[in-house]
Design a protein around this ligand. Structure first.
Ligand code: G3H
Ligand code: 13P
Ligand code: ZN
Length: 326
């Protein structure tokens, strides 16, 4: 099946009260793990590529691996640029066959965000040059690193619901990423923002700002909302990593129940990267610890791939609710 854009996927997700997983990929094993999991769950899926991924693996390898996964699985797959940082980068990806792009001007002033997003939308929607490419934009800033832009905890800004109608009308974007308290990476909240579970010692984070999400969706009825920074930092993988020589202290993510709740509302795309990294690292660390004599990459990366696949199946069925939606 050829790669698809997000229009139909998000329409069905919005109406069905579920979300599509947008998983970051950097290499073949991650692409295979995600798409094999989606295939076994009969789920649509978004594979997204950051500029860091493009630097690491080269754009042509990533595009061809995602095309191979679509051919291999027959699934509807979106190839999406994650955190596009300029018009030129978005144009390059559109010209290269991406079916969806994000232009992330969220760190810029409102008018500049509108101007550059509008320019990307005009190019992406111009079907005289290529098929219709969907555009995700962002309002509000998340703590953590978004490619080159680092936002310290405490300096993040929630999306202002009163801005969203004007932004969507003037840019023509197809979906909107908002900031409601998620952040990038495996350390989403500072310990002082959390309480500590007295039994396990694990940090319990503050709740997401569902009031903002609800106000945004009231102002944009039927419009697809995106959540970045939505890894849950599943503690079973953190434990495997730490039991096998790793050192991840106070890593904490967004509770899965809150993401499930967001998926029932207007959130149609949930971005997950850090959880894949943790699963891959858990598989590889455990393998090395159990088999110090091994040196064939297929053995240890194969175990990492199996853990990523298991994690993606869990996300699809228990968090996103996108299983059996094809
Ligand atoms: O939003 C950030 C994603 O996790 C991508 O991370 O820029 O290290 O590839 P990266
Ligand atoms: P996590 O770091 O929570 O996985 O977020 C990934 C993301 O938002 C990619 O754009
Ligand atoms: Zn992101």
């Amino acid at each position: 099946m050829p790669l698809v854009n997000t229009i139909e996927m998000f329409k069905k997700a919005y109406e069905g009260g579920y979300a599509i997983g947008a998983f970051n990929c950097n290499n073949m094993e991650i692409v295979q793990a995600i798409t094999e999991a989606a295939k076994e769950c009969n789920s649509p899926v978004i594979l997204q590529v950051s500029s860091g991924a493009r630097k690491y693996a080269k754009p042509v390898y990533l595009r061809k691996m995602v095309e191979a996964a679509a051919e291999d699985t027959g699934l509807p797959i979106v190839l999406h640029l994650d955190h596009g940082s300029s018009f030129e980068m978005c144009k390059e990806c559109i010209d290269d066959g991406f079916t969806s792009v994000m232009i992330d001007m969220s760190s810029k002033p409102f008018e500049e965000n509108i101007e550059i997003t509008r320019k990307v939308v005009e190019y992406a929607h111009d079907t005289s040059k290529h098929p219709y490419v969907t555009v995700e934009a962002e309002l509000g800033t998340l703590a953590g690193i978004e490619d080159d832009v680092k936002v310290e905890h405490g300096a993040e800004s929630y999306t202002r619901p009163e801005d969203v109608e004007e932004f969507v009308r003037r840019t023509g974007c197809d979906s909107l990423a908002i900031a409601i308290g998620t952040s990038h990476g495996a350390y989403k909240f500072r310990p002082e923002q959390c309480t500590r579970d007295p039994k396990t010692g694990i940090l319990l984070p503050p709740p997401l700002r569902f009031d903002i999400l609800e106000e945004v969706s009231k102002r944009l009825p039927g419009f697809p909302i995106v959540l970045h920074g939505s890894s849950s930092v599943n503690q079973e993988y953190v434990k495997i990593i730490n039991d096998n020589g790793g050192k991840l202290v106070d890593a904490v993510g967004v509770p899965e129940a809150q993401l499930r709740q967001a998926a029932r509302l207007a959130v149609c795309k949930i971005n997950i990267d850090s959880d894949l990294r943790l699963a891959m690292t858990a598989g590889i660390r455990e393998h090395f610890n159990q088999h110090p004599e091994h040196f064939d990459p297929r053995q240890y990366i194969g175990d990492g791939r199996a853990y990523v696949k298991q994690l993606v199946k869990h996300k699809i069925t228990e968090v996103l609710g996108s299983n059996d939606k094809i």
